[in-house]
Design a protein around this ligand. Structure first.
Ligand SMILES: [Zn+2]
Ligand SMILES: [Zn+2]
Length: 80
């Protein structure tokens, strides 16, 4: 199951579970679409993998399977 991390690792932007701009790699490193396109050039700075759009979890499922509240913020990994 996806953790659904709450923010972008590069710019710390909030990415709620229903966000349409959350992108993840296979390890679920999580970024906003703008950072993926403009800063990362579609390559994960942590693992070198590519990104896909993160699926949305609906609120009925969120009640049962809550999203992660643990923020991961590693701006040093992101080329400016
Ligand atoms: Zn970002
Ligand atoms: Zn990664």
């Amino acid at each position: 199951m996806l953790e659904l991390r709450p923010n972008c690792e590069c710019c710390n932007k909030d990415l709620p579970p229903d966000s349409a701009e959350a992108m993840i790699c296979t390890f679920e490193c999580t970024f906003c679409r703008e950072c993926v396109e403009r800063k990362l050039d579609f390559v994960c700075p942590n693992c070198g993998g590519n990104f896909v759009e993160r699926p949305v979890r609906l609120s009925a499922s969120l009640a049962k399977y809550p999203a992660s509240a643990k923020r991961v913020y590693k701006p040093e990994g992101c080329a400016a």
